[in-house]
Design a protein around this ligand. Structure first.
Ligand code: ADP
Ligand code: MG
Ligand code: MG
Length: 877
């Protein structure tokens, strides 16, 4: 028979998966001999079983719970429902990973009319007894029966008003008794049954409620945001009560051993006398600073300080503790490694190394890479943000904070910017033409699009804050206005957006530039010592490349050449190229573009100072480049000596029903080899020039052919590249090496990787497209239905943000397994958005990639994640 229940005495910190974080740490503290009210933990497996059994607690589990109630009664010498010596307990959730405040807790369970009268008399403290009872009815009704908190709060407010008092503590025993009765009446009215009197019935109801709370909406959202799988389940802790509400020699508190905001060593926390549970955080009364506790409760405070030291030394990390003082005696109710800001995480890690508590390796492993994001972007002023209420929410597509005046077009963004105004660009969706406007905007807000929509990818690349896919916005682009949460917004109105949470705020919230503290560099240097995976960046401009180098990038893994065509002075020539009728016409147009591209590449090589640069050849469908404005069409017609009619016909002929699966990628080079020839010339000539100027640099271009699905396709394009490149090199009379590789972003390429590897010097997984094509989900539209998939538990994460290791990952593994034996020199990387996602980076390390490539601002995250992957896999060996 499986064991579903453990006494605190039977567990320890290593049993976190089974007992949950809270249960495992209560057990550990018990083992350390600390003052912990005793009890038992029902395992996370029992929770999973409860869901498997159709949300029922089966007989076997029920039997063990009853058995453990008996054991608990023995340990505490108290009995459930007993009038003489009643056992009162708390019922507390606790998952493997801490999810603060996400699930529910019930206190003072075991009370009924008989018991409350008995303890009121026996303790000579009826106020306490009735305070416990009214709290219990309130919590039980809310958590177990979902009656709703507000009805009870209204009753409390009415009572305080009637009595002419301001605070709960001023209510007398009689008042609280009357409140308890009012609560019970409220319960009966809402539920249609009497409030349960039997403690065991109460307990089963509470246990089920905790299991159920694993699936409540805010827990589901929290899990998705924090990478916690639904399958883990929560444990339930049943613990005998310690009472902080028995009078002025009692109280309850929360404290950290170091400041969770700055990392500064020293007690940080709050304490409230004559209070219970969440009163400290609820904000009804103002708690005292933890240091004041020393004056009021000198003994308990001294003991608490000892406990802090014991716990910190034991866990070798900053602790976040909850405790209660009952008649001057300290009880520990919880400890965990405290949540902290990125800045505090870095300081604490460095301090622990300096204090000799942690090795460098351990320090690196303790920092959540996702946290680093906040150090690299502007942030909202914390106090102002706290006071603000969001008007809406979209996807936090690119982190940082932005505050500015609303503009509706990229052009307006530029105009306003020239006037020195800060702007937020609000659009239905963005397109490549908007790039210049996106660059000058503080932030970008779009109505449509997911995490890998154009706006999201480009904004992340630029390190600009972006909130995408806010479907609640009713947009009227034509009239430059939109409606959100009942308010109409016009051009010039102030708006603030948070690219980390996706929140949208009406009006101005001040922002401040984030600071990179000294510890940051120290931790990064340690990370670089441990990682084996290289980290490159996706960068299209020398400025991005420089930024990425500052942040530690070791090369460019993806330069998207098409972004270079959108600049004012080049788009005309590019359009001429598209609208050419003959190869000669096309070549003439390409000839105009060549010097621009060459110049761009030279600047990129200069910025990289000899580090590798991978240049991807033209990828998007051509129709993305054609003019839409009448004036632009006329200009183009004139330049080419064609009629407006002809140009319009050419544009119409470029229309595709499904452009992402249409005439793009290497298919362009197959139909128009002259494009590949021009790009090759630009790459090679640039490399030759830079090599001449810097003999000591190792300039070795990597040319990357996109969207290959068939070996002959790659062979064909490669031949064009090699012939052109070799001719250039021969003409220059210089010794230059270069590589030609391919993206693996179509499932067929992965499946036939052995054939493709014969002609490829490297593979680079384009996991945005590979995910799109493996799932058959359009990356620009999936946002519309993914929420339904999360709600129905079909998907837990956005596969465009977190690599799908089971499906897409299997294709990657296969491609490596097929490719490497054919070509042992083959080097392999990833350049999809996943290259900067920590769990995806770990996967890349495991399957033997040589490098990941991500947007500049995610480079530090990838470096840290790569180090952690190396450290973890070392542990496993
Ligand atoms: P959360 O996970 O939301 O912090 P907890 O289970 O830790 O929920 O409970 C919240 C608070 O309830 C605790 O901080 C503590 O003050 C109070 N509490 C829980 N169990 C007990 C207990 N056995 N005795 C006294 N107070 C308790
Ligand atoms: Mg807690
Ligand atoms: Mg692609």
């Amino acid at each position: 028979m499986a064991k579903w229940v453990y006494l605190f005495k039977e567990g320890n910190a290593q049993m976190r998966n089974l007992l949950g974080g809270k249960g495992a740490n209560l057990a550990e503290m018990t083992g350390l001999g600390l003052p912990v009210p005793q009890g038992f933990t029902i395992t996370t497996e029992a929770c999973t079983q409860y869901y498997e059994d159709g949300q029922e607690i089966n007989d076997e589990i029920m039997g063990q719970i009853n058995e453990y109630i008996g054991k608990m009664e023995e340990i505490t010498g108290k009995k459930f429902g007993d009038a003489e010596n009643p056992l009162l307990v708390s019922v507390r959730s606790g998952a493997r990973a801490s999810m603060p405040g996400m699930m529910d807790t019930i206190l003072n369970l075991g009370l009924n009319e008989t018991v409350v009268n008995a303890i009121a008399e026996k303790s000579g403290n009826p106020r306490w007894a009735w305070d416990c009872y009214r709290r219990f009815i309130q919590m039980y009704s809310d958590v177990v029966m979902e009656v709703g908190k507000k009805y009870f709060e209204e009753l409390i407010d009415a009572m305080k008003e009637k009595k002419g008092v301001k605070q709960d503590v001023e209510l007398t025993a009689e008042d609280l008794k009357e409140l308890a009765n009012q609560f019970k009446a409220e319960y009966k009215e809402k539920i249609g049954a009497d409030f349960p009197d039997d403690p065991k019935e109460q307990l089963m109801g509470a246990i089920k409620a905790v299991f159920r709370s694993w699936d409540n909406p805010r827990a589901n959202v929290y899990r998705r945001d924090n990478d916690i799988p639904y399958s883990w389940g929560t444990a339930v802790n049943v613990q005998s009560m310690a009472f902080g509400n028995m009078g002025d020699d009692c109280g309850t508190g929360v404290a950290f051993t170091r400041d969770p905001a700055t990392g500064e060593k020293g007690l940080f926390g709050e304490f409230l006398t004559n209070a219970q549970g969440e009163d400290v955080v609820a904000g009804v009364r103002t708690p005292m600073h933890i240091s004041e506790m020393g004056e009021k409760f000198p003994e308990a405070f001294e003991e608490f300080n000892k406990v802090c030291k014991i716990l910190e030394d034991h866990y070798r990390d900053m602790q976040d503790m909850e405790f209660t003082v009952e008649h001057g005696k300290l009880y520990m109710l919880q400890t965990r490694n405290g949540k902290r800001t990125a800045q505090a995480a870095l300081k604490i890690a460095c301090d622990l190394v300096d204090e000799g508590m942690r090795t460098e390796e351990e320090a690196v492993a303790m920092i959540d890479p996702r946290n680093l994001d906040t150090l690299l972007h502007p942030q909202f002023d914390a106090a102002a943000l706290k006071a603000a209420t969001p008007a809406g929410k979209g996807l936090g597509a690119s982190p940082g904070a932005a505050c500015g005046r609303i503009v509706f077009t990229a052009e307006d963004a530029e105009k306003w910017d020239e006037r020195g105004e800060k702007v937020v660009l609000v659009r239905l969706e963005t397109s490549p033409e908007d790039i210049t406007g996106m660059k000058v905007a503080q932030g970008i807000l779009t109505v449509r699009g997911g995490m890998t929509s154009h706006a999201a990818v480009v904004a992340r690349g630029m390190g600009t804050c972006c909130v995408s896919g806010c479907g609640d916005i009713a947009m009227d682009e034509a009239n430059k206005k939109f409606t959100l949460a009942g308010k109409e917004y016009h051009e010039g109105d102030w708006i603030s957006i948070d690219g980390t949470t996706g929140n949208i705020y009406d009006g101005q919230i001040p922002t401040a530039d984030a600071k990179i503290a000294g510890e940051f560099g120290r931790v990064m240097a340690w990370a670089d010592k441990f990682r084996t995976l290289k980290v490159r960046t996706n960068a299209d401009t020398p400025a991005d490349a420089k930024k990425a180098r500052e942040l530690g990038a070791e090369g460019i893994g993806l330069c998207r050449t098409e972004h270079m065509f959108f600049e004012e002075d080049r788009i005309a020539a590019f359009r001429e190229m598209i609208c050419s009728d003959t190869a000669e016409e096309r070549e003439a147009a390409l000839e105009k573009i060549l010097p621009y591209q060459q110049g761009d590449f030279e600047k990129l090589y200069e910025a990289l100072e000899g580090c590798p640069v991978t240049i991807r050849f033209l990828d998007p469908p051509l129709h993305e480049f054609v003019p839409t404005e009448e004036a632009d069409i006329e200009k183009l017609a004139e330049a080419q000596g064609k009629s407006v009619e002809t140009i319009k016909n050419i544009i119409a002929s470029l229309h595709e029903f499904n452009p992402m699966m249409g005439h793009r990628g290497c298919r362009l080079a197959v139909t128009y080899p002259e494009i590949a020839k021009m790009q090759t010339r630009a790459v090679i000539r640039a490399a030759i020039n830079v090599k001449k100027a810097h003999a000591d640099w190792n300039v070795k271009p990597e040319i990357m052919i996109p969207l290959v699905c068939e070996e002959k396709e790659l062979k064909f394009v490669k031949k064009v590249v090699v012939e052109t490149a070799d001719a250039e090199i021969a003409a220059a009379g210089i010794d230059l090496k270069y590589e030609v590789g391919t993206m693996i972003e179509i499932p067929r390429a992965a499946l036939t990787a052995d054939a493709i590897a014969k002609d490829a010097d490297f593979f680079c997984f384009g996991t945005n497209d590979l995910t799109q094509m493996t799932y058959g989900f359009s990356r620009d539209d999936a946002g519309k239905f993914l929420n339904a998939y999360y709600d129905k538990k079909i998907l837990e994460n956005d596969p465009f943000a977190k690599l799908d290791q089971t499906g897409v990952g299997k294709l990657m593994e296969l491609a490596i397994k097929l490719g490497k034996p054919v070509n042992p020199n083959l080097h392999v990387g990833i350049c999809g958005e996943h290259g900067g996602d920590p769990s995806s980076v770990e996967f890349c390390h495991k399957i033997g990639l040589d490098y990941v490539s991500c947007s500049p601002f995610r480079v530090p995250i990838a470096r840290l994640a790569a180090a952690q992957a190396a450290i973890r896999s070392g542990d496993e060996k």
